[in-house]
Design a protein around this ligand. Structure first.
Ligand code: FES
Length: 110
């Protein structure tokens, strides 16, 4: 199975975000209830850590703490300015109570 174990699910705040590093890649892992999402941790607008931001559970978005752009947890696209570029999205899942993140590029299916 591919992916990297980044810790027990219980180590991630419910309806919150925590930064993890896999290799040289910083990742913001968002937990909503028992679902997990993973985005590149650095905002696409400036060098700011998105894991310092706020999770919008209903919208499935993560708000940048600096200027407030909100990034989709599923596509990485910002829904609000000033950011205009998406951040990378990684595959994240819970396996036997552990959070597993795959930092390999996602395969494009057509
Ligand atoms: S640094 Fe994130 S929106 Fe400006």
């Amino acid at each position: 199975m591919s992916g990297t174990d980044v810790g027990a699910l219980e180590q991630f705040p419910v309806n919150g975000v925590r930064k993890v590093t896999v290799g040289s890649v910083d990742i913001a892992v968002v937990r909503i209830a028992d679902d997990v999402y993973a985005l590149a941790d650095t905002c696409s607008h400036a060098q700011v850590s998105l894991s310092e931001g706020e999770v919008w559970c209903d919208e499935l978005e993560l708000e940048c703490p600096k200027h407030g752009s909100a990034f989709s947890l599923t596509t990485g696209e910002p829904s609000t300015l000033p950011a205009t570029q998406p951040v990378a999205v990684y595959t994240a899942r819970v396996v036997d109570g552990r959070v597993v993140v795959d930092v390999e590029p996602q395969e494009v299916t057509s």
